[in-house]
Design a protein around this ligand. Structure first.
Ligand SMILES: [Zn+2]
Length: 464
């Protein structure tokens, strides 16, 4: 080989090396773990896996070796003994009610609502209450691995502001109810408020505004129809409580000769994206309506058990292909916390004990309900709910080194039956780390806890 030729060869080798480096794709983060639970269409669980993130999206999922070879990341988080999973999705809650946590327990829903909650709300709910209550709720949810919450409350614009401050994703519905409440004195005012609120947040990267008529028994038919029309006008979801108690079903049968689901369908309320919380007292005809209309069901096992509301036919819903997610519901007396690990565990066990079948609702289905099926309930399955390239980077790292987590034979079983919310160590929402090594990065935890104590004294005094 001539000297010139050797020089050319050497230059080519150097050029090839540079080309190789340039081919490495840039990423902002690589998170790696012992197991990556993807919840993708093939339900892959990747041992020694990793996820690459660029800006707000996932750009690669694979083995750690594959991801490391393909991406160059500015920052990384390697937890060789943890589980990396999609952020958990709460499909029904009332975050600001955290300030009423435990205010009245062990009561019937109607008594709890009418004797305690509605009066306590009338005296205490203000924008400041909602802001601090939502901060407290988001703090608890994020530390426990929930990255998206579906909310229904008053001053929902303030809920949205607090959620954005926390860096949390929210499908947030302004409550519309047939009596005067803290923010709006009439359903017409609530509808006007909601339209303004939708316009303010509808292009937000974290917030999906929603219309939330409280229930069929707290609203006139006209208000329910107007709520649906408003939701459809802007293409936003409608969030509502449906068939939660036997009384709701019986009253509907007595007054309308129809079940609540049938009545809502007859009014046209289910024609568009609907998130129906509870759906406990539903018959086979109701289920076929829910399926045909593509209604998403928010199953709330803790709430249904604590208020003795009954047992939703979740196994049957899943058989029919209805989208079913999980929700902790309210913290004020119907739960009293925001813990999706607990809801997964209880959802599985509640179906088993009531059907006397230990195979009913296996762990894999419970975890799907807290992730990809929950995303389907919200109509967001193309954006969140699984770890796949192109989706929003909402992920959680769960430690598996504590006594309740060893040994581990099956990471999915461990997630549902053994791991707890406080095993969550790191959380990312929309590409932004919001919890790092169990510490919240976005909110002032000390100030929130202090404010909660102050509100407790104020609320207690207001009820005397
Ligand atoms: Zn509720």
């Amino acid at each position: 080989m001539s000297r010139t030729c050797r020089l050319v060869c050497r230059c080519l080798t150097v050029a090839a090396l540079f080309a190789g480096l340039a081919a490495a794709e840039q990423a902002d983060w690589i998170w790696s773990a012992r197991y990556v639970i993807t919840e993708d269409a093939r339900h892959r669980v990747i041992e020694n896996g990793a996820v690459a993130i660029r800006a707000e999206r996932i750009v690669g999922v694979g083995t750690k070796a594959e991801i490391d070879a393909r991406f160059q990341a500015k920052q990384r988080l390697d937890r060789p003994d943890a589980i990396l999973a999609p952020g958990l999705i709460n499909t029904h809650t009332h975050a600001a009610m955290s300030l009423f946590r435990g205010i009245a327990d062990d009561l019937r829903l109607q008594d709890w609502l009418e004797k305690y909650i509605f009066p306590a709300e009338a005296k205490n709910v203000s924008p400041d209450f909602v802001r601090w209550g939502t901060r407290l709720g988001c703090l608890e949810m994020l530390l426990g691995g929930t990255t998206t919450f579906t909310d229904m409350y008053y001053f929902e614009d303030v809920v949205a502001e607090a959620a954005k401050e926390a860096g949390m994703r929210g499908v947030l519905g302004e409550t519309i109810i047939g009596f005067p409440v803290a923010d709006n004195k009439t359903p017409a005012a609530a509808l006007a408020f909601t339209e303004k609120y939708i316009n303010r947040f509808r292009n937000d990267p974290l917030i999906v505004p929603a219309v939330a008529p409280h229930a069929i028994y707290t609203n006139s038919d006209e208000t329910l129809k107007a709520s649906r029309a408003l939701a459809n006008r802007y293409g936003v979801p409608l969030v509502i409580h449906v068939a939660e108690t036997r009384k709701e079903r019986d009253d509907s049968l007595a007054q309308r000769h129809m079940t609540p689901v049938k009545a809502l369908d007859t009014m046209g309320v289910l024609t568009g994206r609907t998130v129906a919380a509870h759906c406990v007292w539903v018959n086979e005809d109701d289920l076929s309506i829910l399926r045909q209309r593509g209604v998403g069901v928010a199953h709330c096992p803790s709430s249904n058990m604590k208020l003795a509301s009954g047992v939703a036919p979740v196994v049957r819903m899943l058989q029919l292909g209805i989208a079913v997610g999980l929700g902790p519901d309210g913290p004020a007396g119907s739960n009293n916390d925001f813990n999706l690990f607990e809801e997964m565990d209880l959802a599985a066990k509640l179906q088993k004990v009531t059907s006397l079948d230990p195979q009913a609702l296996p762990a894999s289905a419970a975890l799907e309900m807290a992730t990809i099926r929950g995303a389907r309930v919200l109509g967001m399955e193309k954006e969140i709910g699984s770890l796949e390239a192109g989706k929003r980077a909402d992920l959680i790292m769960v430690r598996t080194d504590r006594p309740n987590a060893v040994p581990m034979y099956d990471p999915i079983s461990q997630m549902v039956y053994a791991l707890k919310a406080d095993d969550v160590r790191d959380v990312m929402v929309n590409g932004r780390p919001v919890v790092r090594d169990t510490k919240i990065l976005t909110l002032n935890e000390g100030a929130i806890l202090q404010k909660a104590a102050e509100y407790r004294d104020k609320i207690q005094a207001s009820l005397k």
